[in-house]
Write a protein that binds this ligand. Sequence first.
Ligand SMILES: Nc1ncnc2c1ncn2[C@@H]1O[C@H](COP(=O)(O)OP(=O)(O)OP(=O)(O)O)[C@@H](O)[C@H]1O
Ligand SMILES: [Mg+2]
Length: 345
Amino acid sequence: MANSRNIGIDLGTSNVLIMQQERGVVLREAAVVAQEKSSGKVLAVGDEAWKLVGRTPGSMQAVRPLRQGAITDMALTSTMLQYFIKQVIGRRLMGKPRCVISVPSSISDREKRDVVSMLLDAGVGRTQLLERPIAAALGADLPFRDNWGCMIIDMGAGASDIAVLSGGETVVSSCVPHGGDYFDDAIIRYLRKKHNLLIGDRTAEEIKNSIGMAMEPMGDTAGIFMNVSGRNLVTGLPRTQKIDAMEVYEALREPVNDFIEAIQSVLQHTPPQLATDVFEDGLVLSGGAAQLTGLAETISREIDIPCRVVNDPQACIVRGCAKALEDPDAMRDLLENGRRRLLGR
Ligand SMILES: Nc1ncnc2c1ncn2[C@@H]1O[C@H](COP(=O)(O)OP(=O)(O)OP(=O)(O)O)[C@@H](O)[C@H]1O
Ligand SMILES: [Mg+2]
């Protein structure tokens, strides 16, 4: 049933997005919870909690309840999700909204049922799950229901889903850990080795998003730099170091190559006719990490295939979830019905 309060949710490792058909993206917040260490009391959720990462006093901790595409803390995931949903749908009990949610590919059936339970507790009515690659393909408007091969790669923080779809199904897919966090870790390792400088996750992400490049910086871009604060591993004291774009490119070269190899491996396992379609139409990138400067160009050059990034790539999956809500009958074959976990309740 069409209901303007129905919601699509992308439960990501680093961000949660909620979309309503008529209002567009209504929530885009960091998947972070800050809590008091001693009591576990929740102090902040979402962007407010993200501001505290790396800056919390000893008595407080800011945690991401999902890591590397998996739920690492179910209780905190529940707290976070319920907080976000209440912000969007309020507490009205009449006319509970339907929900289509996309969850990390690697979570178990039991975790999926837990997520459905959390949504019911948060005031959502019927909940259906949508596979990530299908959600991304819907969000990117790919003709994946035709008998034609389409390739979509959703590059998030904790993982990347690489998939070839055809006839409304996923034909070949792989969920690899080469997401934005993997790139951040490479920057941390590089600065530790080259400059004896220890930086935190948040700083590494800022470096990547500001001056990170997948292609060799040339001309004007070669001179771009950033002053980075960290701890000198020799003296143990705080230090600020000038880092330029060429260094970040060097740090990211290996993880970018790993990512390209993962794409090649999926193509090698793709039936030849579908692979021909993909090489003709090109591959499509979504997810926040697809915004790394020069990534699409580098993939295109290395694999010799057209490659483009969708508009607002971070919202591609939630767009797909909202689209699946529009016409539930037409989408029935794509959606998985969620069930509440009954055991132990
Ligand atoms: N301009 C940018 N350049 C490079 N990476 C970026 C940029 N902006 C955001 N990112 C990265 O995108 C990632 C977040 O993307 P997204 O919100 O799609 O992830 P997620 O859905 O939460 O994670 P996952 O899909 O793995 O569960 C982070 O690693 C972030 O650093
Ligand atoms: Mg994601």
